[in-house]
Design a protein around this ligand. Sequence first.
Ligand SMILES: Cc1cc2nc3c(=O)[nH]c(=O)nc-3n(C[C@H](O)[C@H](O)[C@H](O)COP(=O)(O)O)c2cc1C
Length: 193
Amino acid sequence: MTSSIKVADTQYPIHELLRNRWSARSFSDQSISSYDMNRLLEAASWSFSANNMQPWRYVYAHRHSPRFDDIWNCLAGGNRPWAKNAAALVICLAQTNRNTEKPNVWASHDLGAANMNLILQALSMDIYAHVMGGFDAPKALALSQANPDEWEAVTMLALGYLDAPDQLEEPFRTRELSPRTRKSIVDFAWELS
Ligand SMILES: Cc1cc2nc3c(=O)[nH]c(=O)nc-3n(C[C@H](O)[C@H](O)[C@H](O)COP(=O)(O)O)c2cc1C
């Protein structure tokens, strides 16, 4: 199911996957199989990273698993109502310090790139993703059992197959039906002369 209102209205032609990606909130009952989850993680793993350090980690639970609520409980109030219907919730961690003396300043950059690989792979399989920064990071880090001297919980992801917007309460329904907007290229990029 696609939502034409969300398709990017671009100035220049771009790849279909990029035009069609958007941050969905209305998820159906359909589960993501373990095999398909591994396909998404495989896609993430093939992202680039500084020195190929692959400074990412994903800790997740499927909706009907007993641990789903533990992850859901990390979310901020504004994300909880709609994210409860996600087929899976994912905590995304970056290894910002490989050892305590050597910070990796590119870790969050590389995690974001890996997330995009995962998200575009997901969309190619009709699985929609929503990145969230609204969550309790220390709680998510503790739940992940990662070493807090090395790892940070940077974002969370809601993943799932799309459902109709009308199952959402407001203000989420309206957001699900609003067009996506962007700055013009001239507002964020220029050629040096
Ligand atoms: C780092 C990051 C944090 C975000 N946090 C939230 C969030 O907590 N809740 C939410 O509903 N959306 C969140 N978003 C989604 C953005 O609001 C969304 O990507 C933006 O509005 C553009 O919409 P689009 O992804 O549909 O193009 C976040 C996105 C990113 C990249």
